[in-house]
Design a protein. Structure first.
Length: 253
């Protein structure tokens, strides 16, 4: 095992990046974080082809994708565990992780960027979360000028057409319903303790509740119009509760 600290390359505001951060912090793994500027040179390098962030440099290996990062962390530090010891519970937890990865996280991003397009000042403030003073100001100005091109790139890559966005709004409500179905009145999605299933759902859907425990200074929360009529959905309270009970403090150095 390398003596060098793991390095997490991240977008501070991103839900998938939060999933990886949370796992590192939950396990108490000391690490360094490098917050990228969207559209910056290194960010574009990581995004080439099918590339993405978060990216974790761990023990001489470079690991891409939040799910692979958690799997590698489980192998490196078995305790405290995010994968249940019981085989059936582990199968369910990984199935639920995959569901929220594929049927919530991308949809949250699609809906969020669609809303952000209507308020460019807010969007640039959100996308420069955790950037220091001058760099934040320059980043906001650069993103504002580059946004038409950024939008075309993101739309082509992730599908930001209105039909897809509307479908994602429906999918997010379905995801809230899935939380309630899985936990069936309990505290957790699988078994009697916090697992990768809970972490994934709470991290990927964090923009729906804008938790105070988020480790970076976000702008004021957006008003999600598609949630009107669902403000009392019990899954929203569950997400907030998981953040309060299990987010913990940063292990970043």
């Amino acid at each position: 095992m390398s003596d060098e600290l793991p390095v997490l390359w991240q977008y501070s505001f991103s839900n998938y990046n939060e999933k990886a951060r949370w796992a590192l912090d939950f396990k108490g793994i000391a690490h360094r974080r490098r917050s990228l500027m969207p559209g910056g040179p290194r960010a574009m390098i990581f995004s080439r082809g099918a590339g993405t962030v978060p990216v974790l440099d761990l023990d001489g290996a470079r690991i891409v994708d939040s799910t692979r990062i958690i799997s590698a962390l489980e192998e490196r530090e078995a305790e405290p565990g995010l994968y249940p010891a019981d085989p059936e519970e582990r199968r369910r937890a990984l199935e639920i992780e995959d569901y929220f990865d594929e049927h919530a996280g991308h949809d949250m991003r699609r809906v969020g960027f669609s809303e952000a397009r209507q308020n460019l000042g807010y969007a640039t403030d959100f996308m420069t979360t955790d950037q220091p003073g001058i760099k934040k100001a320059l980043g906001r100005a650069g993103l504002r000028m580059a946004f038409p091109g950024v939008w075309r790139y993101m739309s082509a890559r992730y599908g930001f057409d209105e039909a897809s966005v509307e479908g994602s709004r429906t999918t997010l409500i379905d995801a809230l319903d899935r939380i309630e179905a899985e936990r069936a009145g309990g505290d957790y999605l699988v078994g009697e303790s916090f697992t990768v299933a809970d972490l994934t759902a709470a991290a990927l859907l964090y923009p729906l509740v804008w938790p105070a425990e988020f480790q970076y200074p976000l702008p004021d929360p957006p008003r999600w119009s598609f949630l009107e009529g669902h403000r009392d959905h019990p899954a929203l309270g569950w997400i907030s509760g998981i953040w309060r009970s299990h987010r913990g403090s940063s292990a970043a150095i």
